[in-house]
Design a protein around this ligand. Structure first.
Ligand code: NDP
Length: 271
């Protein structure tokens, strides 16, 4: 039996165990995936070493970048890790958030984007948009935290100007309660009304989802997030969560199953 898990704090809301355990069980793989609430970064290395692989979430993605023996693919550009493979006491770091995000929006016609927030998810999203040729700007509450973006050629807004953009992406951690907004409501309302498409990385909070049947009900009839409540259109982060998990699962299984195969399998089970 191999052991995997999601590491972060807080972690009680995570749907990752449900997704990965469903896939392990469906595919007959002898493995189990759990949640690890780590209150201090000093416990990260030993927890990672005790597992075959892990996903990393808030607030440790940047910390784990520094712990990896080798960083692979897109994670080298993002300098934040959401997936770790542990082999022979060595830690290999990956980032599947950017890929998961891009899978959600790749069919939209985009020339410009504005990303709100400058944390780990904003890094993956802004760098992926830039990589795909989308002219991307960023705005963050704390101006000193935008240096990473500036040094990578991503434009930084000093104040939250209302601009016409093709895509507006909300990546702050505000809104997990289903009602709070990160900035003044009127300002956000104007921004949303000027955007062709709106994306919120947050997905609605959920309680007591333990099996695929409850997940199906939630998936099909979930409420709007607080941010998407400002708009009459938009996409929340639930599909991004699924897609980054399928890319991570592909890594956990050494490419034995591909993203498209895992997506089809999981979505068929939601019908
Ligand atoms: P980080 O902690 O790295 O970044 C948090 C961001 O939120 C920072 O920009 C911070 O700004 C901003 N912020 C926090 N509090 C406030 C506030 N009161 N007002 C304004 N801005 C605020 O988080 P992540 O980027 O890792 O995650 C952000 C959210 O995205 C989380 O809810 C997470 O669950 C979700 N997520 C979803 C994914 C998915 O697959 N759907 C994948 C990854 C993340 P400042 O610098 O000023 O503190």
């Amino acid at each position: 039996m191999r052991y995997f898990g999601v590491i972060g704090s807080p972690i009680h809301h995570s749907l990752s165990p449900l997704i990965h355990n469903f896939l392990f069980s469906y595919l007959g793989i002898s493995a189990h995936y759990d949640k690890f609430d780590i209150p201090s970064p000093s416990l990260l290395a030993s927890t990672l070493q005790s597992l075959s692989g892990a996903n990393i979430t808030l607030p440790y993605k940047e910390e784990v970048f520094g712990l990896c023996d080798e960083v692979r693919g897109f994670a080298q550009e993002v300098e934040a890790i959401n997936t770790v493979l542990c082999r022979n006491q060595k830690l290999y770091g990956f980032n599947t958030d950017g890929l998961g995000f891009w899978e959600c929006i790749k069919n939209l016609e985009l020339k410009t984007a504005l990303v709100l927030g400058a944390g780990g998810s904003a890094r993956a999203i802004a760098m992926m948009l830039k990589k795909q040729g989308v002219d991307t700007m960023i705005y963050n509450r704390t101006p000193s935290k935008v240096d990473f973006f500036r040094s990578r050629g991503i434009g930084v807004l000093e104040t939250l100007e209302v601009k016409e953009v093709d895509l507006l992406v909300h990546t702050t951690s505000v809104g997990l309660d289903g009602k709070s907004l990160p900035y003044q409501q009127e300002k956000l309302q104007s921004l949303v009304s000027k955007a062709k498409y709106v994306f919120d990385v947050i997905y609605p909070s959920q309680k007591g989802i333990v099996g695929i049947d409850q997940f199906r009900d939630f998936f099909l009839s979930r409420p709007k997030t607080a941010f998407l409540g400002l708009s009459n259109q938009g996409m929340d982060g639930l599909e991004m969560l699924l897609y980054q998990a399928f890319f991570a699962f592909e890594i956990f299984c050494d490419g034995q199953y591909c993203f498209e195969e895992l997506k089809a399998l999981f979505y068929n089970s939601l019908k």
